[in-house]
Ligand binder design. Structure first.
Ligand SMILES: Cc1cc2nc3c(=O)[nH]c(=O)nc-3n(C[C@H](O)[C@H](O)[C@H](O)COP(=O)(O)OP(=O)(O)OC[C@H]3O[C@@H](n4cnc5c(N)ncnc54)[C@H](O)[C@@H]3O)c2cc1C
Length: 506
């Protein structure tokens, strides 16, 4: 019997739940009996994680697809512009130890040509500064766009820093009031259906059984459906990525204080600190490994960093790892319920967006089509999780910092095989897009270039490259310098642009 997918039930009202609700509802807008009903159930007792302030440029497309205006988003979420990350102290911890991972790609796509040009014409500059328009002195506090530019368009590629709790509230209002998603505030207490079969319905404390054809588990670390009900294995990655705790705090800022355009990640003795500038505060988080330092020591490190003994701090625990697969029977887990890897490159929300996009683009019409989609989805996302583990670990393995945490991070038995092979290969040539399996990698070869050369890996210059190519690259590098100067001079500061935003539309 053909079973149409008519009712989708999302459980969880954190960033993941509302993003998937928004993308699904915007893509499938018919709420009539012939269309698709979407219900989001959110527990009033279990708070959302309340962090997740750094995003990827994909978030612009996501918000635009959901139908939110950029000005409304910036104002409601007290957001600011993010143009990449800056890593301080990761190589050896010395004063000048700093490099960028910007969002703009380097000029030129061929890695051999890039390295040749960098080494021949500007070896005194960092890789990013020599080849990327976004990583230049004077760019720290500038906005990526002019006020007159259309929504979600910029002169430079950008994402946002945002208040995660406010993003949830904005998405909820929009998705419920404009896109017709039904919102139920209740706690799911029971899953109806055997563990070997599809979920028929969920039971809640105060509502009757809520039936569905497809259930989306966005219940955060609890993973109520995929983990607790179906028992899908969690593949722990703590032997590779050691961090398992965070201490978070907020530092108020003044109306005139500059807002930095990068997430600043500063390494410390057993982890790192994020520093994220929003409109009225900086979000600070000290990420650390409990095997190497105590909670008290982590708090001390955080207080030294923010130079305050008074601000309240919140402690969070997490495990780095992911579920063996995310789509099981008629249940798909998205967000923390599917897995989490430490937030060094803000890879969690982007995975939520990619999952939500894939589901809403390829939503099967009938139950019969679901298993085929599940196979494809699981294969791709298992690959993505593993590549993100590689990429995050890369930040640690090239460090020359001392101390047990950093030394252990470089031990071969903690480095995934694939990353080991990459590191060996890249001794003889630069990272290339053909090292990776997909055209749409979460972190493409250029991201690897920024990290490996930012961390001082020797660049292998190809001796036989055609001289005409060198000339062309030289011209491109001159264009980079010209553009860096004109952006620094011509773009407003983050603060000025955000202060002058028009009032949000109703
Ligand atoms: C320290 C830290 C820093 C991070 N920083 C970043 C970052 O900079 N960038 C980034 O991309 N990501 C970051 N993340 C990850 C990011 O916070 C999450 O991916 C994102 O917020 C999505 O969370 P979620 O919606 O899956 O879960 P949650 O926010 O935990 O939401 C879970 C939801 O499920 C509901 N729920 C739970 N149980 C039930 C039940 N039985 N019945 C009904 N409802 C239920 C809860 O009420 C809640 O609404 C960070 C995470 C951590 C831990």
């Amino acid at each position: 019997m053909v079973k149409r997918i008519r009712n989708i039930v999302i459980i969880g009202g954190g960033t993941a739940g509302w993003i998937i609700a928004g993308l699904l509802a915007a893509r499938h807008p018919d709420r009539s009996p012939e269309g698709i009903g979407i219900t989001l159930i959110e527990s009033p007792d279990t708070p959302t994680i309340g962090v997740g302030e750094g995003t990827w440029p994909t978030i612009r497309k996501t918000l635009s697809r959901i139908g939110i205006k950029e000005v409304d988003f910036l104002s409601a979420c007290e957001a600011s512009f993010k143009q990449g990350s800056r890593f301080d102290g990761w190589f050896d911890g010395s004063e000048l130890d700093s490099y960028h991972h910007p969002f703009e790609l380097p000029v030129g796509r061929n890695a051999n040509e890039l390295i040749q040009a960098w080494q021949s014409f500007a070896p005194e500059k960092s890789f990013a500064e020599a080849l990327c328009v976004q990583a230049a002195p004077g760019h720290e506090g500038i906005a990526p766009k002019q006020r007159s530019m259309p929504d979600y368009a910029g002169a430079l590629n950008y994402a946002y820093h945002l208040d995660a709790v406010k993003l949830g509230a904005l998405l909820r209002d929009h998705v419920v009031n404009k896109l017709g998603v039904k919102h139920i505030l209740d706690h799911v207490t029971e899953i109806v259906g055997s563990k070997d079969e599809d979920i028929e319905a969920v039971k809640t404390r105060n509502h009757s059984e809520i039936k569905g054809d497809l259930f989306i588990d966005c219940t955060g670390h609890k993973s109520v459906l995929l983990g607790e009900h179906y028992g899908v294995d969690f593949i722990d990655q703590s032997h590779v990525l050691f961090n398992d705790r965070a201490i978070v705090t907020q530092v108020p800022t003044g109306e005139q204080d500059p807002i930095v355009s990068q997430t600043i990640s500063t390494a410390h003795e057993a982890g790192w600190i994020w520093d994220i500038g929003l409109q009225k505060r900086r979000g600070i988080g000290c990420v650390y490994a409990s095997k190497y330092i105590s909670d008290e020591r982590a708090e001390e490190i955080t207080r030294e960093y923010i130079k305050s003994n008074d601000l309240p701090m919140r402690r969070l625990k997490f495990s780095s790892g992911f579920r063996e697969h995310s789509w099981h029977k008629n249940c798909l887990a998205i967000g923390l319920s599917a897995g989490f890897l430490e937030p060094l490159e803000a890879s969690a929300i982007v995975l939520v967006e990619l999952s939500a996009e894939m589901l809403s683009d390829n939503l099967p019409v009938t139950r019969q089509g679901m298993d085929l989609e599940a196979v494809k989805f699981n294969k791709l996302f298992r690959y993505r999780w593993a590549r993100i583990v590689d990429f995050l670990k890369l930040h640690y393995v090239l460090s020359q910092r001392t101390g047990p945490y950093w030394v252990d991070n470089r031990k071969p038995e903690t480095i995934p095989d694939r990353l080991m092979q990459y590191l060996e290969t890249w001794k003889y040539r630069p990272p290339s897009q053909s090292d990776f399996e997909h055209a749409s990698e979460v972190f493409p070869a250029s991201s690897y270039h920024f990290i490996v050369y930012g961390m001082g890996m020797p660049a292998v210059k190809h001796p036989t490259l055609k001289p005409t190519l060198q000339e062309a690259m030289k011209k491109q590098m001159q264009t980079v310098i010209r553009k860096q100067k004109s952006f620094a001079a011509g773009l407003p500061t983050n603060r000025a642009l955000l202060a002058g935003l028009p009032k949000p539309s109703k």
